[in-house]
Write a protein that binds this ligand. Structure first.
Ligand code: GLC
Length: 438
Protein backbone atom coordinates (compact mmCIF):
# COMPACT_ATOMS: atom_id res chain seq x y z
CA UNK A 1 0.00 0.00 0.00
CA UNK A 2 1.33 3.41 -0.94
CA UNK A 3 1.56 5.95 1.89
CA UNK A 4 -1.66 7.86 2.14
CA UNK A 5 -1.29 11.39 0.87
CA UNK A 6 -4.11 13.56 2.23
CA UNK A 7 -3.44 16.44 -0.10
CA UNK A 8 -3.38 14.21 -3.18
CA UNK A 9 -6.66 12.54 -2.13
CA UNK A 10 -8.28 15.89 -1.54
CA UNK A 11 -7.14 17.20 -4.91
CA UNK A 12 -8.37 14.11 -6.70
CA UNK A 13 -11.75 14.44 -5.01
CA UNK A 14 -11.89 18.11 -6.04
CA UNK A 15 -11.10 17.19 -9.64
CA UNK A 16 -13.91 14.59 -9.73
CA UNK A 17 -16.46 17.02 -8.32
CA UNK A 18 -15.43 19.48 -10.99
CA UNK A 19 -15.43 16.93 -13.81
CA UNK A 20 -18.99 15.84 -12.98
CA UNK A 21 -20.35 19.37 -12.48
CA UNK A 22 -22.95 20.23 -15.12
CA UNK A 23 -23.55 23.82 -14.03
CA UNK A 24 -26.35 23.88 -11.44
CA UNK A 25 -26.16 20.18 -10.66
CA UNK A 26 -23.68 17.31 -10.56
CA UNK A 27 -24.02 13.91 -12.24
CA UNK A 28 -23.04 10.85 -10.15
CA UNK A 29 -20.61 9.75 -12.86
CA UNK A 30 -20.13 10.25 -16.56
CA UNK A 31 -21.92 7.67 -18.78
CA UNK A 32 -23.63 5.31 -16.34
CA UNK A 33 -25.64 8.03 -14.54
CA UNK A 34 -25.93 11.13 -16.75
CA UNK A 35 -28.63 13.03 -14.80
CA UNK A 36 -29.23 14.47 -11.32
CA UNK A 37 -29.92 11.90 -8.60
CA UNK A 38 -31.63 12.94 -5.38
CA UNK A 39 -29.52 11.62 -2.51
CA UNK A 40 -26.34 11.77 -4.59
CA UNK A 41 -26.87 15.50 -5.05
CA UNK A 42 -27.58 16.17 -1.38
CA UNK A 43 -24.44 14.33 -0.26
CA UNK A 44 -22.47 15.95 -3.08
CA UNK A 45 -23.36 19.37 -1.66
CA UNK A 46 -21.35 18.37 1.42
CA UNK A 47 -18.32 17.99 -0.81
CA UNK A 48 -18.95 21.14 -2.83
CA UNK A 49 -19.12 23.25 0.33
CA UNK A 50 -15.38 22.82 0.84
CA UNK A 51 -14.72 24.70 -2.39
CA UNK A 52 -17.67 26.98 -3.01
CA UNK A 53 -20.53 27.30 -0.54
CA UNK A 54 -22.76 29.08 -2.97
CA UNK A 55 -22.39 26.21 -5.46
CA UNK A 56 -23.26 23.74 -2.69
CA UNK A 57 -26.54 25.52 -1.96
CA UNK A 58 -27.27 25.67 -5.70
CA UNK A 59 -26.98 21.87 -5.92
CA UNK A 60 -29.86 21.57 -3.45
CA UNK A 61 -31.86 24.43 -4.95
CA UNK A 62 -31.74 22.79 -8.36
CA UNK A 63 -32.99 19.50 -6.94
CA UNK A 64 -35.81 21.18 -5.02
CA UNK A 65 -36.89 23.26 -7.99
CA UNK A 66 -38.12 19.93 -9.40
CA UNK A 67 -40.11 18.96 -6.31
CA UNK A 68 -43.56 17.74 -7.23
CA UNK A 69 -46.66 19.78 -6.28
CA UNK A 70 -47.60 17.05 -3.76
CA UNK A 71 -44.24 17.47 -1.99
CA UNK A 72 -42.32 14.48 -3.34
CA UNK A 73 -38.72 15.09 -4.37
CA UNK A 74 -38.09 12.73 -7.31
CA UNK A 75 -35.17 10.33 -7.43
CA UNK A 76 -33.92 11.46 -10.85
CA UNK A 77 -34.21 14.79 -12.68
CA UNK A 78 -33.63 14.29 -16.40
CA UNK A 79 -32.17 17.72 -17.18
CA UNK A 80 -30.80 16.85 -20.63
CA UNK A 81 -31.72 14.00 -22.98
CA UNK A 82 -29.20 11.15 -22.85
CA UNK A 83 -29.63 7.85 -24.63
CA UNK A 84 -27.01 6.14 -22.47
CA UNK A 85 -29.39 5.51 -19.55
CA UNK A 86 -32.42 3.25 -19.20
CA UNK A 87 -35.21 3.76 -18.11
CA UNK A 88 -35.34 7.33 -19.38
CA UNK A 89 -38.19 9.89 -19.39
CA UNK A 90 -40.06 8.11 -22.19
CA UNK A 91 -40.56 5.14 -19.87
CA UNK A 92 -41.46 7.12 -16.73
CA UNK A 93 -43.79 9.58 -18.51
CA UNK A 94 -44.49 11.55 -15.34
CA UNK A 95 -45.62 14.64 -17.25
CA UNK A 96 -43.40 17.04 -15.31
CA UNK A 97 -42.21 20.22 -17.10
CA UNK A 98 -38.61 19.00 -16.82
CA UNK A 99 -38.92 15.21 -16.94
CA UNK A 100 -38.32 13.37 -13.67
CA UNK A 101 -38.75 9.83 -12.42
CA UNK A 102 -41.89 9.15 -10.39
CA UNK A 103 -40.44 7.71 -7.18
CA UNK A 104 -38.22 9.14 -4.46
CA UNK A 105 -34.96 8.31 -2.63
CA UNK A 106 -33.53 8.32 0.93
CA UNK A 107 -34.21 11.75 2.45
CA UNK A 108 -30.73 12.79 3.56
CA UNK A 109 -31.72 16.37 2.67
CA UNK A 110 -32.63 17.52 6.21
CA UNK A 111 -29.33 16.22 7.58
CA UNK A 112 -27.41 17.92 4.76
CA UNK A 113 -29.19 21.26 5.17
CA UNK A 114 -28.36 21.32 8.86
CA UNK A 115 -24.74 20.45 8.20
CA UNK A 116 -24.36 23.07 5.46
CA UNK A 117 -25.92 25.60 7.81
CA UNK A 118 -23.87 24.68 10.89
CA UNK A 119 -20.56 24.63 9.05
CA UNK A 120 -21.19 27.71 6.88
CA UNK A 121 -18.48 30.29 6.57
CA UNK A 122 -20.85 32.70 4.81
CA UNK A 123 -23.53 33.18 7.51
CA UNK A 124 -25.67 35.58 5.56
CA UNK A 125 -25.87 33.23 2.60
CA UNK A 126 -26.60 30.27 4.87
CA UNK A 127 -29.43 32.10 6.66
CA UNK A 128 -31.02 33.14 3.42
CA UNK A 129 -30.71 29.75 1.72
CA UNK A 130 -31.75 27.68 4.74
CA UNK A 131 -34.82 29.83 5.28
CA UNK A 132 -35.91 29.39 1.68
CA UNK A 133 -35.22 25.63 1.53
CA UNK A 134 -36.59 24.60 4.93
CA UNK A 135 -40.32 24.72 3.98
CA UNK A 136 -39.62 22.61 0.89
CA UNK A 137 -37.82 19.97 2.92
CA UNK A 138 -40.66 20.02 5.45
CA UNK A 139 -43.18 19.54 2.65
CA UNK A 140 -41.26 16.49 1.47
CA UNK A 141 -41.34 14.96 4.95
CA UNK A 142 -45.08 15.73 5.27
CA UNK A 143 -45.57 13.97 1.95
CA UNK A 144 -43.72 10.91 3.27
CA UNK A 145 -45.88 10.55 6.34
CA UNK A 146 -49.08 11.00 4.30
CA UNK A 147 -48.38 9.15 1.07
CA UNK A 148 -46.13 6.39 2.40
CA UNK A 149 -47.79 5.82 5.74
CA UNK A 150 -51.47 6.24 4.93
CA UNK A 151 -52.53 4.29 8.01
CA UNK A 152 -50.46 6.47 10.33
CA UNK A 153 -48.25 3.70 11.74
CA UNK A 154 -45.39 6.18 12.24
CA UNK A 155 -43.10 4.49 9.71
CA UNK A 156 -42.99 4.95 5.94
CA UNK A 157 -42.78 2.25 3.27
CA UNK A 158 -40.85 2.32 0.04
CA UNK A 159 -42.85 1.12 -2.95
CA UNK A 160 -39.94 0.40 -5.30
CA UNK A 161 -36.49 -1.04 -4.48
CA UNK A 162 -34.87 1.94 -6.24
CA UNK A 163 -36.37 4.23 -3.60
CA UNK A 164 -34.21 2.63 -0.92
CA UNK A 165 -31.01 3.69 -2.66
CA UNK A 166 -29.93 0.06 -2.07
CA UNK A 167 -31.42 -1.17 -5.32
CA UNK A 168 -30.85 -4.93 -5.31
CA UNK A 169 -30.35 -5.55 -1.59
CA UNK A 170 -31.11 -9.05 -0.37
CA UNK A 171 -33.64 -7.32 1.91
CA UNK A 172 -36.05 -6.99 -1.03
CA UNK A 173 -35.78 -10.51 -2.46
CA UNK A 174 -38.95 -12.01 -1.01
CA UNK A 175 -41.13 -8.95 -1.43
CA UNK A 176 -39.86 -8.43 -4.96
CA UNK A 177 -40.52 -12.06 -5.88
CA UNK A 178 -44.24 -11.33 -5.44
CA UNK A 179 -44.15 -8.63 -8.12
CA UNK A 180 -45.38 -10.08 -11.41
CA UNK A 181 -43.57 -9.72 -14.74
CA UNK A 182 -46.45 -10.23 -17.15
CA UNK A 183 -46.87 -7.33 -19.54
CA UNK A 184 -43.41 -5.83 -19.07
CA UNK A 185 -42.65 -4.00 -22.31
CA UNK A 186 -39.53 -5.14 -24.17
CA UNK A 187 -36.47 -3.16 -23.10
CA UNK A 188 -32.73 -2.89 -23.52
CA UNK A 189 -30.65 -2.30 -20.41
CA UNK A 190 -27.87 0.24 -20.63
CA UNK A 191 -26.23 -0.25 -17.24
CA UNK A 192 -24.60 -3.51 -18.33
CA UNK A 193 -23.09 -1.71 -21.34
CA UNK A 194 -21.16 0.51 -18.91
CA UNK A 195 -20.42 -1.99 -16.11
CA UNK A 196 -19.71 -5.76 -15.94
CA UNK A 197 -23.08 -7.52 -15.54
CA UNK A 198 -21.65 -9.54 -12.62
CA UNK A 199 -21.60 -6.29 -10.61
CA UNK A 200 -25.19 -5.31 -11.42
CA UNK A 201 -28.71 -6.64 -10.65
CA UNK A 202 -30.07 -9.69 -12.50
CA UNK A 203 -32.66 -9.52 -15.27
CA UNK A 204 -35.29 -11.13 -13.03
CA UNK A 205 -34.99 -8.10 -10.75
CA UNK A 206 -34.98 -5.60 -13.60
CA UNK A 207 -38.20 -7.07 -15.02
CA UNK A 208 -39.89 -6.45 -11.68
CA UNK A 209 -38.43 -2.96 -11.31
CA UNK A 210 -40.01 -2.15 -14.67
CA UNK A 211 -43.31 -3.82 -13.90
CA UNK A 212 -43.64 -1.50 -10.89
CA UNK A 213 -42.82 1.56 -12.99
CA UNK A 214 -45.45 0.56 -15.57
CA UNK A 215 -47.99 -0.08 -12.80
CA UNK A 216 -47.46 3.34 -11.21
CA UNK A 217 -47.54 4.98 -14.63
CA UNK A 218 -50.91 3.35 -15.34
CA UNK A 219 -52.20 5.06 -12.18
CA UNK A 220 -51.08 8.46 -13.46
CA UNK A 221 -48.37 8.74 -10.77
CA UNK A 222 -51.10 9.67 -8.30
CA UNK A 223 -49.45 9.27 -4.92
CA UNK A 224 -52.79 8.96 -3.16
CA UNK A 225 -53.13 5.59 -4.96
CA UNK A 226 -49.62 4.23 -5.39
CA UNK A 227 -48.88 2.98 -1.88
CA UNK A 228 -51.93 0.77 -1.58
CA UNK A 229 -51.74 -0.35 -5.21
CA UNK A 230 -48.13 -1.48 -5.02
CA UNK A 231 -47.48 -5.18 -4.38
CA UNK A 232 -44.07 -4.04 -3.08
CA UNK A 233 -44.36 -2.12 0.19
CA UNK A 234 -41.42 -2.47 2.55
CA UNK A 235 -40.58 -0.59 5.74
CA UNK A 236 -36.78 -0.30 5.69
CA UNK A 237 -35.05 0.53 8.99
CA UNK A 238 -32.24 2.31 7.11
CA UNK A 239 -34.60 4.50 5.12
CA UNK A 240 -36.73 5.34 8.15
CA UNK A 241 -33.65 6.09 10.25
CA UNK A 242 -32.49 8.56 7.61
CA UNK A 243 -35.93 10.17 7.60
CA UNK A 244 -35.95 10.40 11.40
CA UNK A 245 -32.45 11.91 11.58
CA UNK A 246 -33.31 14.40 8.84
CA UNK A 247 -36.54 15.22 10.68
CA UNK A 248 -34.66 15.91 13.91
CA UNK A 249 -32.14 18.04 12.04
CA UNK A 250 -34.92 19.96 10.30
CA UNK A 251 -36.58 20.54 13.67
CA UNK A 252 -33.36 21.94 15.12
CA UNK A 253 -32.81 24.12 12.06
CA UNK A 254 -36.41 25.38 12.14
CA UNK A 255 -36.00 26.26 15.79
CA UNK A 256 -32.87 28.33 15.06
CA UNK A 257 -34.63 30.07 12.19
CA UNK A 258 -37.66 30.90 14.33
CA UNK A 259 -40.00 28.58 12.42
CA UNK A 260 -41.51 27.06 15.53
CA UNK A 261 -44.52 25.53 13.75
CA UNK A 262 -42.26 23.57 11.41
CA UNK A 263 -40.03 22.58 14.32
CA UNK A 264 -42.96 21.18 16.26
CA UNK A 265 -44.31 19.30 13.25
CA UNK A 266 -40.94 17.67 12.57
CA UNK A 267 -40.42 16.71 16.21
CA UNK A 268 -43.89 15.14 16.30
CA UNK A 269 -43.17 13.03 13.20
CA UNK A 270 -39.84 11.91 14.63
CA UNK A 271 -41.24 10.93 18.00
CA UNK A 272 -44.07 8.89 16.46
CA UNK A 273 -41.54 7.17 14.21
CA UNK A 274 -39.20 6.50 17.12
CA UNK A 275 -42.02 4.86 19.10
CA UNK A 276 -42.96 2.64 16.15
CA UNK A 277 -39.34 1.80 15.28
CA UNK A 278 -38.91 -0.90 17.91
CA UNK A 279 -41.23 -3.18 15.94
CA UNK A 280 -38.35 -3.59 13.51
CA UNK A 281 -36.01 -5.07 16.12
CA UNK A 282 -35.46 -8.81 15.76
CA UNK A 283 -34.21 -9.98 19.19
CA UNK A 284 -33.04 -13.37 17.89
CA UNK A 285 -30.86 -11.77 15.21
CA UNK A 286 -30.02 -8.78 17.46
CA UNK A 287 -30.58 -6.60 14.43
CA UNK A 288 -33.13 -4.14 13.00
CA UNK A 289 -34.80 -5.73 9.98
CA UNK A 290 -37.26 -4.74 7.27
CA UNK A 291 -40.98 -5.15 7.67
CA UNK A 292 -42.67 -6.42 4.52
CA UNK A 293 -45.87 -4.41 4.82
CA UNK A 294 -47.61 -6.03 1.85
CA UNK A 295 -46.76 -9.53 3.11
CA UNK A 296 -47.28 -8.71 6.80
CA UNK A 297 -43.96 -10.24 7.94
CA UNK A 298 -40.59 -9.17 9.30
CA UNK A 299 -37.85 -10.02 6.79
CA UNK A 300 -35.08 -12.42 7.78
CA UNK A 301 -32.20 -10.49 6.30
CA UNK A 302 -29.23 -8.93 8.10
CA UNK A 303 -28.04 -5.98 6.06
CA UNK A 304 -26.50 -2.57 6.41
CA UNK A 305 -30.05 -1.18 6.51
CA UNK A 306 -30.21 -2.52 10.05
CA UNK A 307 -27.00 -0.72 11.02
CA UNK A 308 -28.23 2.70 9.92
CA UNK A 309 -30.49 3.24 12.94
CA UNK A 310 -27.34 4.51 14.71
CA UNK A 311 -27.43 7.43 12.28
CA UNK A 312 -30.58 8.60 14.08
CA UNK A 313 -29.39 7.52 17.53
CA UNK A 314 -32.19 4.93 17.65
CA UNK A 315 -32.29 2.00 20.03
CA UNK A 316 -31.14 1.73 23.62
CA UNK A 317 -27.51 1.24 24.66
CA UNK A 318 -27.78 -2.53 24.30
CA UNK A 319 -29.18 -2.32 20.78
CA UNK A 320 -26.54 0.20 19.80
CA UNK A 321 -23.84 -2.06 21.12
CA UNK A 322 -25.35 -4.98 19.16
CA UNK A 323 -24.98 -2.84 16.04
CA UNK A 324 -21.40 -1.98 16.99
CA UNK A 325 -20.64 -5.69 17.57
CA UNK A 326 -22.02 -6.51 14.16
CA UNK A 327 -19.82 -3.90 12.50
CA UNK A 328 -16.78 -5.24 14.37
CA UNK A 329 -17.66 -8.80 13.36
CA UNK A 330 -18.03 -7.88 9.66
CA UNK A 331 -14.84 -5.79 9.71
CA UNK A 332 -13.07 -8.81 11.20
CA UNK A 333 -14.21 -10.94 8.24
CA UNK A 334 -13.23 -8.52 5.48
CA UNK A 335 -10.25 -6.40 4.54
CA UNK A 336 -12.44 -3.31 4.34
CA UNK A 337 -15.68 -2.32 6.03
CA UNK A 338 -18.53 -1.92 5.98
CA UNK A 339 -19.96 -4.73 3.85
CA UNK A 340 -23.56 -4.07 2.83
CA UNK A 341 -24.73 -7.53 3.88
CA UNK A 342 -24.02 -10.26 6.40
CA UNK A 343 -21.18 -12.44 5.11
CA UNK A 344 -22.66 -15.52 6.75
CA UNK A 345 -25.76 -15.25 4.57
CA UNK A 346 -25.42 -17.64 1.58
CA UNK A 347 -26.96 -14.93 -0.59
CA UNK A 348 -24.01 -12.57 0.11
CA UNK A 349 -22.09 -11.61 -3.07
CA UNK A 350 -18.96 -9.51 -2.63
CA UNK A 351 -19.14 -7.81 -6.04
CA UNK A 352 -22.84 -7.48 -6.86
CA UNK A 353 -23.88 -3.91 -6.11
CA UNK A 354 -25.90 -3.83 -2.84
CA UNK A 355 -25.59 -7.55 -2.02
CA UNK A 356 -22.22 -7.26 -0.29
CA UNK A 357 -20.00 -4.40 -1.52
CA UNK A 358 -18.91 -1.39 0.58
CA UNK A 359 -20.24 2.06 -0.23
CA UNK A 360 -18.49 5.17 1.10
CA UNK A 361 -21.72 7.09 1.60
CA UNK A 362 -23.04 4.35 3.87
CA UNK A 363 -19.75 4.28 5.78
CA UNK A 364 -20.08 8.03 6.24
CA UNK A 365 -23.61 7.85 7.65
CA UNK A 366 -22.71 4.92 9.92
CA UNK A 367 -19.57 6.63 11.15
CA UNK A 368 -21.46 9.84 11.92
CA UNK A 369 -24.03 7.82 13.86
CA UNK A 370 -21.45 5.82 15.81
CA UNK A 371 -19.71 9.01 16.89
CA UNK A 372 -23.03 10.47 18.06
CA UNK A 373 -23.82 7.28 19.95
CA UNK A 374 -20.57 7.58 21.92
CA UNK A 375 -18.54 5.10 19.86
CA UNK A 376 -15.84 7.37 18.38
CA UNK A 377 -13.20 4.66 17.99
CA UNK A 378 -15.37 2.46 15.84
CA UNK A 379 -16.52 5.55 13.96
CA UNK A 380 -12.90 6.37 13.17
CA UNK A 381 -12.17 2.79 12.12
CA UNK A 382 -15.03 2.91 9.61
CA UNK A 383 -13.81 6.26 8.26
CA UNK A 384 -10.27 4.87 8.01
CA UNK A 385 -11.63 1.98 5.92
CA UNK A 386 -13.14 4.50 3.50
CA UNK A 387 -9.86 6.34 3.07
CA UNK A 388 -7.95 3.07 2.69
CA UNK A 389 -10.35 2.03 -0.07
CA UNK A 390 -9.86 5.17 -2.14
CA UNK A 391 -6.15 5.29 -1.51
CA UNK A 392 -5.66 1.74 -2.78
CA UNK A 393 -8.38 1.55 -5.40
CA UNK A 394 -9.48 5.02 -6.49
CA UNK A 395 -12.84 6.79 -6.35
CA UNK A 396 -15.20 4.01 -7.37
CA UNK A 397 -18.96 3.67 -7.04
CA UNK A 398 -18.54 0.70 -4.63
CA UNK A 399 -15.89 -1.83 -3.58
CA UNK A 400 -15.45 -5.52 -2.89
CA UNK A 401 -15.07 -5.70 0.92
CA UNK A 402 -12.85 -8.79 0.67
CA UNK A 403 -10.30 -7.50 -1.86
CA UNK A 404 -11.03 -3.76 -2.04
CA UNK A 405 -11.48 -4.08 -5.83
CA UNK A 406 -13.10 -0.98 -7.38
CA UNK A 407 -16.54 -1.84 -8.78
CA UNK A 408 -19.32 -0.17 -10.80
CA UNK A 409 -18.75 3.33 -12.18
CA UNK A 410 -15.46 5.21 -11.80
CA UNK A 411 -14.65 8.86 -10.90
CA UNK A 412 -17.70 8.75 -8.69
CA UNK A 413 -19.07 12.01 -7.34
CA UNK A 414 -20.46 11.06 -3.95
CA UNK A 415 -17.40 8.96 -3.19
CA UNK A 416 -15.31 12.09 -3.84
CA UNK A 417 -17.65 14.22 -1.72
CA UNK A 418 -17.35 11.81 1.20
CA UNK A 419 -13.56 11.90 0.96
CA UNK A 420 -13.54 15.71 1.28
CA UNK A 421 -15.72 15.32 4.36
CA UNK A 422 -13.56 12.60 5.90
CA UNK A 423 -10.38 14.60 5.37
CA UNK A 424 -11.82 17.60 7.18
CA UNK A 425 -14.22 16.18 9.78
CA UNK A 426 -13.95 16.14 13.56
CA UNK A 427 -11.45 18.94 13.79
CA UNK A 428 -9.24 17.41 11.07
CA UNK A 429 -7.21 20.09 9.39
CA UNK A 430 -8.56 20.97 5.95
CA UNK A 431 -6.00 20.30 3.27
CA UNK A 432 -5.02 23.40 1.33
CA UNK A 433 -7.41 23.96 -1.51
CA UNK A 434 -5.20 23.77 -4.56
CA UNK A 435 -7.77 22.85 -7.20
CA UNK A 436 -8.99 25.24 -9.87
CA UNK A 437 -12.02 25.99 -7.71
CA UNK A 438 -9.99 27.31 -4.80
C1 GLC B 1 -27.68 3.47 -7.98
C2 GLC B 1 -27.65 3.41 -6.46
C3 GLC B 1 -28.37 4.61 -5.91
C4 GLC B 1 -27.75 5.89 -6.48
C5 GLC B 1 -27.68 5.85 -8.00
C6 GLC B 1 -26.85 6.99 -8.57
O1 GLC B 1 -28.95 3.36 -8.47
O2 GLC B 1 -28.20 2.23 -6.00
O3 GLC B 1 -28.33 4.60 -4.51
O4 GLC B 1 -28.46 7.00 -6.05
O5 GLC B 1 -27.09 4.67 -8.43
O6 GLC B 1 -25.56 7.00 -8.02
Amino acid sequence: MTAFNRQAAFDQAAAILEENDRGGYTVPTHGLYPFQWNWDSCLTALGLRHFDESRAWTEIETLLSHQWPDGMVPHIVFHEPDEGYFPGPDVWRTGRPTPTSGITQPPVLGFVLKRLFDEARDRKLADEKAKALLPKAAAWHRWFYQARDPEGTGLVAIIHPWESGRDNSIDWDEALARVPTEGVEPYRRRDTEHVDAAQRPHKAEYDRYLWLVQKFRSLGWDNSKLHDASPFRVVDPGFNAILIRSGLDLAALAEILGETGLAEEARGQASRARAAFEKLWNPALRHYVCYDRAGGVLVDSVSVGGLLPVFAGLGDKEQQSAIADRIREWRGQTRFGVASHDLADPRFESKRYWRGPCWLIVNYLISDGLARCGLPELADAVSADSLALISENGFAEYYDPLSGEALGGGSFTWTAAMVTELLTERGGEAPVRRSARA
